[in-house]
Ligand binder design. Sequence first.
Ligand SMILES: [Fe+2]
Length: 160
Amino acid sequence: MATATATRTVTVNAAFLQEIKEVNQDLWRLLADVRRMCDSPATIDSAPRRFLGLVEALRDDLALHFALEEAYGYFEDPIDVAPRLCRQANALRAEHHELYLMIVDLSDASELLTQPGFLIGAVLKAVSQFQLFDQRLKRHESLENELIMQEYGEDIGVGD
Ligand SMILES: [Fe+2]
């Protein structure tokens, strides 16, 4: 996964990035499953292994998703790109790494829930960890979608 490379020119390939988001239905399904369990923490308390399995699958799918976005959805050194779009693209691409670290932390915390004698406080902590991650991911996705639309807009602008 790319780390912040603030000095490089980078932009998105709007069509590819949009397609990667649309085809990765497993990821969004897993996210909805984890969200559902976090909405009623008692389900985690009674099935911590199921929760761990979902979080680990989400972590792995997310790693693949970010890798695909970075390989096909973003590209460096474009010939002509508005500096504002370039800055946004750079920031969003760098955010993948932070989001991935958050889900890795959550899977570590979820693993502890499968050990005997865990406390309900640990479940609630994992839930709030997930909610923070979920908010950041939602924001990331909506900003990437905005960038896709702006990129399409720029293309139309160039043709005018
Ligand atoms: Fe992304």
